[in-house]
Write a protein that binds this ligand. Structure first.
Ligand SMILES: [Zn+2]
Ligand SMILES: [Zn+2]
Ligand SMILES: [Zn+2]
Ligand SMILES: [Zn+2]
Length: 274
């Protein structure tokens, strides 16, 4: 009987031992792996590393510090007339941060200089040069053209062609009107102005065009009232003459030696005293 009890006791111990071994398996000391980065850190944000028990029954996390920017320094570059610039700045090599600020191109600052003034007959030009970069361009100034007043250019003194180049004019004693006293021009066509210096041209003096045999055409304006003695004496080349209707006095032999046939036709109804 005592032996049986012993066997029973041993059996009970063995049974209890078996139960105890099973419970030990569920209450092991965790053995964690070396960790896996489950959230990568950035320059400015923390990351997370997760450690898991090799049995897969537990895990914990650890923070990974933010990386911080890796700054690269950039020197300043001045803006030019045509290119942008920037102040000195830093940027992160991971391209997530910069203090870069663009400075717009400045544009040219042109200063003008008249290199050649335009004249009556020649164009001039102006240069525009940038005070900063020397960039430059030129602009033409159109020729001004003559500004004729009474047949003379007020700017350059040129005489209006064909008008009264070479015509000699004299002011009367009263200073009120002009007379034509002679002709030294080269043109074969003479146009006598009706006014000179804002005063009327009223007469052609004696001998004014005497022996001007090269003269082919003469135009006498309405302002002229008298033609002097031998004024056109010997003007044998005259084929055209225009006389205003104000002429009231024609001197002796005024047209002597001219082509009478031509003159008769042209001057009709004015009666020539030749
Ligand atoms: Zn475990
Ligand atoms: Zn960064
Ligand atoms: Zn410039
Ligand atoms: Zn001129």
């Amino acid at each position: 009987m005592k032996k049986l009890l012993t066997i029973l006791a041993l059996s009970l111990i063995a049974a209890l031992s078996a139960v105890s071994f099973t419970a030990c398996d569920t209450e092991h000391t965790h053995k964690y792996d070396s960790g896996v980065i489950t959230k990568a850190p950035t320059c400015t944000e923390k990351g997370i590393k997760t450690f898991t028990c090799v049995n897969g029954d537990d895990s914990y996390t650890e923070e990974i510090s933010a990386l911080g920017h890796v700054l690269i320094h950039h020197e300043a570059k001045s803006a030019t007339c045509t290119e942008i610039g920037w102040n000195a700045y830093d940027s992160c090599s991971r391209n997530d941060y910069t203090t870069y600020e663009r400075i717009a191109a400045l544009g040219h600052e042109y200063e003008s200089e008249v290199i050649k003034e335009a004249t009556c007959t020649e164009q001039g030009y102006t240069t525009y040069t940038c005070s900063r970069c020397d960039d430059s361009y030129a602009e033409e100034i159109a020729a001004l053209g003559h500004n004729y007043v009474d047949g003379v250019c007020t700017r350059c003194g040129a005489k209006e062609p064909g008008v009264f180049e070479g015509l000699k004019l004299i002011l009367n004693d009263e200073g009120t009107e002009y007379s034509v006293t002679g002709y030294e021009g080269t043109s074969t066509e003479v146009y006598i102005p009706s006014e000179f210096n804002n005063k009327p041209v009223t007469s052609i003096r004696n001998y004014a065009f005497k022996s001007c045999s090269g003269l082919t055409s003469v135009s006498i304006p309405d302002s002229v009232t008298s033609i002097g003695d031998q004024a056109f004496y010997g003007c044998s080349g005259l084929t055209s003459i225009t006389i205003g209707n104000s002429v009231t006095s024609i001197g002796d032999q005024a047209f002597d030696g001219c082509n009478r046939t031509v003159l008769q036709a042209l001057l009709s109804p004015i009666v020539l005293r030749v």
